[in-house]
Design a protein around this ligand. Structure first.
Ligand SMILES: Cc1ncc(COP(=O)(O)O)c(C=O)c1O
Length: 404
C-alpha cells in the first residue's frame, strides 16, 4: 500500500478534528448531551412555514434551481440590508453584503485571505472553537485576551498592543464575538466596544465581528454592533441564519467594505461557486414573510427559561470551587472547575459512567490554558434533561474530586 501520509501538505499538521463533533459520536442512547450547539427543535420552521416556502420557491424555479452569483442572490442581499438597518442598527447596501454558506465559511475565507504564516491574530480567551480550527490551518501566532463579565479586557489588550508595538509587531486582525459570546454567553460593554475600535485605529488592524447570537439576547442590555460604530471601514461583520431560522439552510452573510469584500468573493468562487440557491430562497421567503421576527420572542423566552434553569441547577448542585458564566444570551454556559480537574481527561469516563456529555473547554483557549473548563449547551436538551443531566455531572465531578 502507498503511504498516503507522505503526500499530505505540511500545513495540515495544525488541523484537528472538532472535539464537539467527536463527542457527539459517543453522546448517544441514554447519554444526556450538553455538548452540541443545536437550536431547540421547536425553534425550527414549522411544517406550514416550510410548505409555504416551497410554494414560494416553486414560483422562482428557474432561478432557485440554477447556479446563482457567487456574491449571492440580489433580492436576498437587499432584504438582508433592510433587516440589518431595521433590526441590527447596521446601515449597509446590497453591494456591501456577501452571502456565505453559513458563517463558518466566512471564518474559513477570513483565514484564507488575511492570514500569512506567523501573522498575529487576537482572540478572546476563550473563543469559538471552530474559528480557531479555521485560522490555525494558516499557522498564525495567537494572542489571547482574557474576559470578564464585560467581555474582552480591553486594558489588557491595550498593554499587549503597546508591548507588541515596541517590538515592531502588529496584529493582522482581532476576532471577537462581542455579543452573547460563544462559549461564555457574555457581552462586551459599550465603553469597551468604543475603546476597542479606538485601538484598532491607533494600532491599525482589522476587527472581525462574529455575531450569530445577538438576536437571542435575554437580558435587557442595549448594545450596538461594532459594525454600526465603525467609521473607518475596519470592521468585517459576520452573521448567520443558523440560530434565528435554521442551521440546515447553511446561509450566512458578511458586511464589509467593498475593497475587502472582493477578496471574500474571489475566495468563495473556488470554494463552492455559490451558496445553495434554493436555500437562499428559503431565507428570502422567511425574511419577506417576517417568520423570523415573529418567532424570535418565543425563541428568546424558551432559551431564557432553559438558561436560567441550567444556571440555577449548576449553582445548587456542582461542588464548591466551580464557577459559571451568567449568560446574557446565546446558547451556552461556560464553567471553571477546581484547577485539579482536567475536563478533557475525565470526559470519556463521565460519558460512559454517568451518561452525560459536555465539551472540555481547553480547545476554546488559544494559549493552551483552560484544562479545568467546560462548555454546556442549554438550548437543545429539554428542561427535564437539564435537571437530570446537571445532577449527573455534579456526581461525576464530586467523585472525580474525591480521587484527587
Ligand atoms: C461564534 C460562531 N460563529 C460561527 C458559527 C457558525 O455558524 P454557521 O452555522 O452559520 O456556519 C457558530 C456556530 O455555532 C458560532 O457559534
Amino acid at each position: 500500500m502507498v503511504d498516503l501520509y507522505n503526500f499530505i501538505a505540511k500545513r495540515t499538521d495544525r488541523m484537528k478534528a472538532s472535539e464537539v463533533r467527536e463527542i457527539l459520536r459517543y453522546a448517544k442512547g441514554d447519554v444526556i448531551s450538553f455538548a452540541g450547539g443545536l437550536p431547540d427543535p421547536y425553534c425550527l420552521p414549522s411544517e406550514d412555514e416550510i410548505c409555504s416556502a416551497i410554494d414560494y420557491i416553486s414560483k422562482f424555479k428557474e432561478k432557485a434551481f440554477q447556479y446563482s452569483l457567487t456574491g449571492g442572490i440580489l433580492e436576498l442581499k437587499e432584504e438582508i440590508a433592510k433587516y440589518c438597518g431595521e433590526k441590527l442598527g447596521i446601515k449597509a447596501s446590497a453591494e456591501e453584503i456577501l452571502i456565505t454558506t453559513g458563517s463558518q465559511q466566512a471564518l474559513d475565507i477570513t483565514a484564507r485571505i488575511l492570514i500569512d504564516q506567523r501573522d498575529y491574530v487576537i482572540t478572546e480567551l476563550p473563543t469559538y472553537i471552530a474559528a480557531i480550527q479555521a485560522f490555525s490551518l494558516f499557522r498564525p501566532n495567537y494572542l489571547g485576551i482574557p474576559m470578564d463579565d464585560e467581555g474582552m479586557k480591553i486594558d489588557y489588550l491595550e498593554s499587549s498592543l503597546r508591548a507588541m508595538n515596541e517590538e515592531g509587531l502588529k496584529p493582522k486582525f482581532l476576532y471577537t464575538i462581542p455579543t452573547c459570546q460563544n462559549p461564555a454567553g457574555l457581552s462586551m460593554s459599550m465603553d469597551r466596544r468604543r475603546w476597542l475600535l479606538e485601538l484598532a485605529s491607533k494600532y491599525d488592524f482589522i476587527v472581525v465581528e462574529d455575531d450569530p447570537y445577538s438576536q437571542i439576547m435575554f437580558r435587557d442590555i442595549q448594545v450596538k454592533r461594532l459594525k454600526s460604530l465603525d467609521t473607518e471601514g475596519r470592521v468585517v461583520y459576520l452573521s448567520t441564519f443558523s440560530k434565528i431560522y435554521a442551521p440546515g439552510v447553511r446561509v450566512g452573510w458578511i458586511i464589509a467594505d467593498k475593497s475587502i469584500l472582493n477578496y471574500y468573493e474571489l475566495a468563495k468562487q473556488s470554494i463552492d461557486l455559490c451558496t445553495s440557491s434554493v436555500n437562499q430562497y428559503f431565507v428570502l421567503h422567511a425574511l419577506q414573510s417576517r417568520i423570523i421576527e415573529k418567532r424570535l420572542p418565543a425563541v428568546i423566552n424558551k432559551y431564557k427559561i432553559k438558561c436560567e434553569l441550567m444556571h440555577k441547577m449548576l449553582e445548587e448542585k456542582m461542588p464548591e470551587g466551580s464557577k459559571w458564566s451568567n449568560p446574557v444570551g446565546g446558547m451556552f454556559i461556560f464553567g471553571w472547575l477546581d484547577e485539579r480537574v482536567n475536563t478533557k481527561k475525565i470526559l470519556m469516563d463521565v460519558i460512559q459512567k454517568y451518561n452525560v456529555a459536555y465539551v472540555p473547554g481547553g480547545s476554546f483557549f488559544v494559549d493552551g490554558s483552560g484544562w479545568n473548563t467546560l462548555r454546556l449547551n442549554f438550548t437543545f436538551p429539554t428542561e427535564q434533561q437539564i435537571e437530570v443531566g446537571v445532577g449527573r455531572l455534579a456526581k461525576a465531578i464530586e467523585n472525580e474530586l474525591k480521587k484527587l
